[in-house]
Design a protein around this ligand. Structure first.
Ligand code: FES
Length: 325
């Protein structure tokens, strides 16, 4: 990338609760080389143009997670996001505080909701006293056991995933991607004694609120891939408890529903999710949808290429092996 400077327009969210009525965006333009981190630009603005700008940072090396913010509508670390590509793609850099957490000042948010949800999953080992080492330390794990949660220790708790999560926005009781990824780490840890208890507790309390949008995985600067860990938790929860929650019933019903035609039979899916008696509670919603889209009442026609879908189902649900005499 060139060392020539370019004009970098920053549009920065400014808001001081209690003093400002509403947030505003303030424009500052700097001449910077394209590989300058956004954080460096913000610090230059604060030291040279406006000492009142509120922001949080520490390591400047993508390690501490303090500088997460919205940069051109994406949850990013400001210390590792370069200005050049942002200006090239968007023509300017819009900097906003993280979402789903109240703003304290400008780009600084109150992370209490994020940490509160993290605490709820009890992110610590509950050790099995049957596997002690002679000196009282827990039994070491095999490389294969460690490999099962190799991504989660990379998490730096920057909350970029929580900021990007629409489920956390819609339901403040949703644990959020980081908390669930950390939960997964303890559920697959062979030294932990509370696997089932953890899964049973999380199922009705938010696991199925996840929308599978994968925005958390896209936002994560450390490739923890929280949405994949949440998917794993869902599979494990169904294995332990069966499809007992609305979310798991819906997921299971969806899979069964596509069999045969390759298209969703909406009526059957509502029944699989809510049960026969629960369907009555959905009548109002059903009428509203039917008025807009009357074809949902019809039995879906078989799609072309259904044989390909059949092969996928056959791979997912192999027939039971016959006992050899
Ligand atoms: S300042 Fe530490 S991660 Fe950016």
């Amino acid at each position: 990338m060139s060392d020539d400077t370019i004009a970098v327009p920053f549009d920065i969210y400014r808001f001081l609760p209690g003093k400002d009525q509403i947030p505003r965006y303030q424009r500052y333009t700097l001449q910077l080389v394209p590989h300058t981190p956004v954080l460096t630009g913000l610090l230059q603005i604060r030291s040279e143009l406006d000492p009142t700008l509120g922001l949080r940072y520490s390591c400047r090396s993508a390690i501490c997670g303090s500088c997460a913010m919205q940069i051109n509508s994406k949850s990013r670390l400001a210390c590792e996001t370069q200005v050049g590509p942002e200006v090239e793609r968007h023509g300017r850099i819009v900097v906003e505080p993280m979402r789903n957490q109240p703003v304290l000042r400008d780009l600084v948010v109150d992370q209490s909701p994020f940490w509160r949800e993290y605490q709820k999953v009890e992110p610590h080992l509950k050790l099995d006293p049957r596997r002690p080492m002679p000196e009282g330390k827990p039994t070491p794990m095999t490389p294969a056991e460690v490999d099962r949660f190799k991504e989660t220790p990379r998490c730096i708790a920057c909350a970029a995933c929580y900021s990007a999560c629409p489920a956390a926005e819609a339901d403040p009781g949703f644990p959020g991607p980081m908390a669930l990824a950390k939960l997964y780490r303890f559920v697959v840890d062979p030294r932990d004694t509370a696997h089932q208890e953890r899964l049973l507790r999380i199922q009705p309390n938010g696991l199925w609120t996840c929308l599978r949008c994968h925005l958390c995985t896209e936002a994560c600067p450390k490739d923890v891939r929280p949405s994949e860990r949440i998917r794993d938790l869902k599979e494990m929860a169904i294995a332990v408890q069966g499809a007992t929650e609305l979310g798991s019933k819906h997921a299971y019903g969806f899979k069964e529903n596509l069999k045969g035609a390759g298209q969703i039979n909406e009526m059957k899916l509502v029944r699989a999710t809510f049960g026969l008696s629960g369907m009555f509670g959905q009548v109002g919603q059903g009428i509203r949808v039917w008025r807009k889209k009357p074809e949902i009442m019809k039995k879906p026609r078989k799609i072309e290429g259904m044989d390909e879908l059949d092969k996928i189902y056959a791979a997912l649900d192999p027939p039971p092996k016959e006992d050899t005499p």
